[in-house]
Design a protein around this ligand. Structure first.
Ligand code: NAP
Length: 270
């Protein structure tokens, strides 16, 4: 029950009304008997939002597009991984001190680890935005051999440089061998569900194909990959694991991962 003791958590972003984070985190609070409530705030002015978070004593915040980079100078401390990635998706308010973390990196690594080792594997990451950057750092840390591909070549090459990885043009993907293929673009996301970010021919049996798009749960890429005998990892797994990591940072308790996953999958199947 919400009372005058209830702690407040939230997501800040723009747009934010599509976010499943409130559903997922409120389910986690309920499941663990945590006295907390999680809300969504549409934020245009990041500086004013951080001022409000400090003033109101909001305990934990998820940060989404377009504020993951611009929030950094407003925080008191940035965790090492978030600093390396250059983006923050989580804020912990520790008695007035705001610390920034990046749990996308952990979420993607954990989701992938359920299906495959990464060490020594040839990993193709398609995309060069914030999510690709977070995932790339996680995979590099685990010893994956990364190649970046991206629609805008300059951005792709720049991320490849930062990760000490290779770059491959989208038109050349068929000429190389891959063990793991990750879509880190928004291609295939509802309502444009007919999009597939890579040529079907690279989806060969035995390869692991991960899509970080989670709406729909089974994107066209994952559907084609499964039909062609690939192992698949969907975007819901990453979303839930990054959220579970946030929950643990905010509460110091183990996250109720299966209740969180059930809530998200149910909402997406409506
Ligand atoms: P972002 O920073 O805006 O980057 C978008 C990426 O998608 C860029 O590489 C962009 O290429 C590419 N792209 C966009 N439209 C394209 C198109 N029509 N054709 C080819 N490439 C296209 O976004 P982000 O934060 O990295 O997020 C990317 C996706 O991941 C979003 O759908 C987001 O919802 C999802 N995501 C999922 C999770 C999860 O937990 N499952 C977490 C974070 C993000 P250019 O450089 O050429 O523009």
């Amino acid at each position: 029950m919400i009372s005058s003791h209830t702690n407040t958590f939230c997501v800040i972003g723009d747009p934010v009304r599509h976010s499943l984070s409130p559903l997922m985190h409120n389910a986690a609070f309920k499941e663990t008997g945590t006295d907390g409530v999680y809300l969504a705030f549409e934020v245009k002015d990041i500086s004013a939002a951080i001022y409000g978070i400090r003033g109101l004593g909001i305990l934990g915040v998820s940060v989404t597009i377009p504020h993951k980079v611009s929030v950094i100078p407003h925080l008191d401390e940035i965790d090492k991984t978030a600093r390396q990635i250059g983006a923050v998706n989580t804020i912990v308010n520790d008695r007035g001190k705001l610390r920034g973390y990046n749990t996308d990196c952990f979420g993607a690594s954990k989701a992938l680890a359920e299906k495959t080792e990464v060490q020594g594997k040839r990993v193709l990451i398609v995309g060069a935005g914030g999510a690709a950057r977070a995932i790339g750092f996680g995979i590099a840390e685990k010893g994956g051999i990364i190649t970046i591909s991206n629609r805008t070549e300059e951005k792709g090459r720049s991320l490849a440089h930062d990760l000490q990885a290779s770059f491959c043009g989208l038109e050349d993907l068929e000429s190389k061998d891959w063990d793991i293929i990750i879509n880190a673009t928004s291609v295939g996301m509802a309502p444009k569900i007919e999009g597939c970010p890579v040529p079907e021919s690279i989806l060969q049996p035995g390869r692991v194909v991960m899509d970080i798009v989670y709406n729909p749960q089974e994107t066209l890429l994952l559907k084609k990959a499964a039909q062609r005998g690939c192992e698949t990892v969907d975007g819901v797994s990453m979303f839930v694991y990054q959220g579970a990591c946030q929950f643990e940072l905010w509460t110091g308790r183990d996250a109720p991962v299966s209740a969180m996953e059930k809530t998200v999958r149910r909402a997406l199947s409506l």
